[in-house]
Structures are given as C-alpha cells and as structure tokens.
Design a protein around this ligand. Structure first.
Ligand SMILES: [Zn+2]
Length: 181
C-alpha cells in the first residue's frame, strides 16, 4: 500500500516540490473566483499521483446549487468517478485549498483516493465559517480504508483566499462566524 512513499531524501524533496506545484496551481485556479461575483476560497482537484495529470477541478458550490453537500472535494470526487466511469479513484491524489471536513474526508476514503493534500487547515477556515472540528487525519485513522493525509502545504497562499477582502465580504453572509472578529 505504501509503495508510493518516496524513499530517499531526494525523492522526498521532489515529492514535496510536486505537491507545492500542484497546490499552487489549484490556489491560482481557485483565486480566479476572486474576480467574479462569487468569490470562493474552497477549491479541489484530483490529480493522477504518478503522471501529475489533473483529472478534474471543482469549487465549493453550496449556494449556487442550493446543495449543502456541494463542497469542492465532494464535487471533484463525484465528477472524477463519473469521468472515469468507476467508483474507485485509486492512484489519484486529492488536492484541496482547505483541509477536508469529515464529510469530504469520508468521501475520499469511500472512493479509495490514495492521498489527500490540503492547504489551509480546518482551524484557519473556522475563523471565517462554521466547521466540524475533526481533523482529516483523524477521520482517516479511524476508518478501515487507507489514505495518506498530508498538509498543510502552501498554507499561507491558500489561507490568503479566505482573507481576501472580496472573500471576506461574501463569507460575512455565511452562517456562523463573523469575519474579522
Ligand atoms: Zn467538506
């Protein structure tokens, strides 16, 4: 199961650089929403772990779809399974600008995603909106499925998506937390 785990220091450095590159691309893609009427800090992508090819990207669309479960990670997983025409996303890494909530982490486990790499943490997001405060790694550890959870990666770059003035204006309308407090 752990065959993907890089062995040498060089391999580890290369893997870390690759994670940063992929997370940076996702953060930049998610940041494009800052120029729209619907700025959204939550973005996710599914990338083939070995080839680096991005299969799908998705944004949090709860309000747009009137669907409380339309989190970025969940939409990316659904889209990817449909595109691959199978339920297993084995061999894929889920990159997400924010640590997955228990619902999304569970979906990652159910779909056999190989790794989850997150940017900002649940605590970071919790400064601006309601969260379920169970770390993704804990959800993974308590499941019978195997999934490596890595992060935070490029935390500042991803958290900047939350603290951008345009995002703050929108997040203020979300239930729960009051921004800037
Ligand atoms: Zn979620």
């Amino acid at each position: 199961m752990a065959s993907h785990m890089p062995g040498t220091v060089e391999e580890q450095l290369r893997a870390a650089a690759m994670d940063q590159q992929r997370m940076s691309a996702l953060a930049a893609w998610t940041a494009r929403t800052l120029r729209t009427q619907n700025p959204r800090p939550f973005g996710a992508s599914l990338v083939h772990t070995l080839t680096g090819k991005t299969l799908v990207c998705a944004l949090n669309s709860v309000r747009q779809r009137r669907d409380p479960s339309a989190h970025a990670e969940l939409l990316a997983i659904r889209l990817a399974a449909k595109r691959l025409n199978r339920v297993s996303l084995e061999g894929y890494t889920l990159y997400t600008t924010c640590e997955p909530c228990p619902m999304c982490m569970s979906a990652a486990l159910w779909s056999s995603v190989e790794r989850v790499v997150f940017g900002a943490t649940i605590e970071d997001a919790n400064r601006h909106c309601r969260q379920i405060l169970i770390p993704a790694a804990e959800v993974a550890a308590r499941s019978e499925m195997h999934c490596v959870v890595d992060g935070p990666v490029l935390r500042d770059e991803c958290y900047a998506l939350f603290t951008h003035p345009r995002t703050l204006r929108v997040l203020r309308q979300w239930p729960g937390r009051i921004c800037g407090s």
